[in-house]
Write a protein that binds this ligand. Structure first.
Ligand code: OAD
Length: 265
């Protein structure tokens, strides 16, 4: 986020709440706008992408350091890859599972969980498979692309433990190929999760989109379902077709921390 003013002003005890808000309105107008939208909304949904988790140490997909800059998704993240080039598929997902060791939610995840408890937001729809929203305590989470924390046989659907996926090639029951419970390109999204996300965004009067390039269908259609206000929080511009009401350029964690401070003035 551009530094429009010294954020420490908010902790200056000589200033009243009104003076602090007046200062914030001048220096960080889009943050104050978002705080006002959050306070007046009765049903708010947050839609997150990989940019929500980069500050926890998980790479995203399409940034300079993202997975898809070095690896062609068609070679590793498709049904075809699983069926025809299993060793590449397996190596890619084993690497991603291993990269999650010792990864924890950051303060931004915890702030969203706290906002849900305080009834400021009602649901989180996420493309992330890392489980960090759930781990930080958020209850109503719609994991649109599944989970990389659980595993099954692609053939017979038998659930297997992580260590089985990490050490073996095939299902002990039917010999089928093992896989994480993520949605691969070429698969449909889990219909119950999709329907819940769809309905909650349809009824929302505020949708806050955080850290996604909105390049992947069908999730990139979700923000346009709401009749309410839409806000984008992202470090980069999202090349795009979608006219957000408010755009906050910045890192998810920093933006959420600042918003939380303004809410608690
Ligand atoms: P992308 O990598 O496409 O987009 C992440 C966005 O977050 C980019 O616009 C980044 O600039 C931004 N970003 C990075 N760090 C950030 C931060 N700290 N704060 C705010 N913004 C940040 O990831 P997704 O849009 O989530 O699907 O990708 C969607 C889907 O494509 C993924 O779920 C995955 C992938 O292929 C499947 O594998 C099915």
């Amino acid at each position: 986020m551009e530094h429009n003013g010294d954020w420490k002003t908010l902790s200056n005890e000589a200033l009243t709440k009104e003076e602090k808000l007046k200062w914030a309105k001048v220096c960080y107008p889009e943050l104050v706008q978002l705080v006002q939208l959050l306070q007046s909304s009765t049903y708010t949904v947050v839609l997150t992408g990989a940019g929500m988790s980069t500050e926890s140490g998980i790479p995203d997909f399409r940034s300079q350091s993202g997975w898809w800059k070095n690896i062609d998704p068609r070679k590793v993240a498709t049904v075809d890859a699983l069926e025809e080039h299993y060793s590449l598929f397996q190596e890619f997902y084993q690497t991603r599972v291993k990269a999650l060791e010792n990864i924890e939610p950051h303060i931004g995840h915890y702030i969203l969980a706290k906002w849900e408890k305080k009834n400021l937001i009602q649901a989180i729809a996420t493309q992330n498979v890392d489980g960090l929203h759930q781990k930080s305590g958020s209850k109503t989470v719609y994991p649109l692309h599944g989970s990389i924390r659980s595993f099954r046989c692609h053939h017979c659907d038998q659930a297997v433990k992580e260590e089985v996926f990490m050490n073996e090639d095939s299902c002990s029951i039917c010999g089928g190929k093992l896989r994480p419970n993520v949605v691969l390109f070429g698969e449909t999204l889990p219909s119950d999760v999709w329907d819940s996300a769809y309905q909650s965004i349809e009824q929302a009067d505020l949708v806050i989109v955080i850290g996604t390039s909105l390049e992947v269908y069908p999730v990139n259609e979700l923000p346009s379902l709401t009749k309410g206000k839409t806000v984008l929080v992202n470090v980069d511009e999202v090349s795009g077709f979608y006219p957000f009401d408010v755009i906050v350029k910045g890192k998810a964690k920093e933006v959420l921390e600042k918003l939380n401070e303004l809410l608690e003035l």
